[in-house]
Design a protein around this ligand. Sequence first.
Ligand code: F6P
Length: 328
Amino acid sequence: MGTIKRIGVLTSGGDAPGMNAAVRAVVRTAISRGMECIGIRRGWQGLITSDFVRLSSESVGHTLSRGGTILFTARSEDFLTERGREKAVATCKMLGLDGIVAIGGDGTFRGALELSRLGVPVVGVPATIDNDIGCTNYTIGFDTACNTAIDCIDKLRDTMQSHERCSVVEVMGRNAGFLALYVGISVGATAVLVPEHQLDIQKDVVERIRESRLAGNTHFMIVVAEGAGSAVEISKQIHEALGMDPRVTVLGHIQRGGAPNARDRETATRMGYYAVNAFAEGRGNCIIATQEGGIVEIPIEEALVMKKHLQMDRYRIMEAMQVGGDRK
Ligand code: F6P
């Protein structure tokens, strides 16, 4: 890789709180290293449609605390085609981009690999509320999303408690249960359903509610990861087994919004800084990851096959917290 003079930055896939903090860090680090920075709007799609904006240090001012992404985001279908990617490479040439920092999740990094194979160096920064990227133990946005869900569930608990009801809350996470499990532990859920654990509605939900009721509880909170099943379906099964009339809440996209918290602002700033650092020191085609001991760079191809498993000890800890939880 030659000297890097101008880089592009984009956000792609589902937005996550802290993406703006990462963009800001990329822009300001680039400028401090004597590089120019161009913002590509609407993710990979913006490279195809030449949708870009010149970014200055001032233009990213006051964005650290803002949710969403000032660069907009998209899941580009066109970028999945050869023709789309050729157009993207042509835009990179036209703009004189020596590299791109791509902020997003798994789909974003698959796009990054394709582009790097066509000769455009890319550095990825993991940002998704799902925390489901194998190469990194943390993804930007996860902590804020957990706190948003916890805040909503704490509010729900007030009314469930007043009416002595059962609540079934569906949280996001795509095919992973990280969000559901962390949230479930933090709200003291009666049961948590995650895709990584084989679902047994009788044992994992009905029995738990029964035991909790026997222990004197009068309201119950069931947290379901969207990848583990539908809250509506689970609520029906609770109704059939126990005659209760659970209320269903699907938290949905509210979990993706809001001001990023300290962890997400700080992590995004560090990751953005290290992404530009990699380019400045002549490295590209890697993902910036947090692992034991700090920030590391993992080659994109390697990063995409890495797996991260849900910590099942946390699942057992959640179970152990139940009142009347002596089920052995
Ligand atoms: O990957 C982030 C995420 O919010 C997932 O948790 C969810 O399954 C998905 O995106 C929703 O995507 P969309 O915003 O396209 O509905």
